[in-house]
Design a protein around this ligand. Sequence first.
Ligand SMILES: [Zn+2]
Length: 68
Amino acid sequence: MPSNTTASIGTSRARPCPLCGKPGVQQYRPFCSRGCRDRDLNAWFGEDYRAAVRGGADEGDDPDQPPQ
Ligand SMILES: [Zn+2]
């Protein structure tokens, strides 16, 4: 295997974090860190979680609720 294949695994595909604009990390993409990812998730939960609980009961199985 040619050694130059590692060139494609660098930061060439890094996308800017939608929250702070830093280069995204593959582990947390498209965010740059766990902190930014959690912040985005919290924002989603803060706005939609209540609405989902009150009016979104028809979406099927809730991953947060264990089976009987
Ligand atoms: Zn960020």
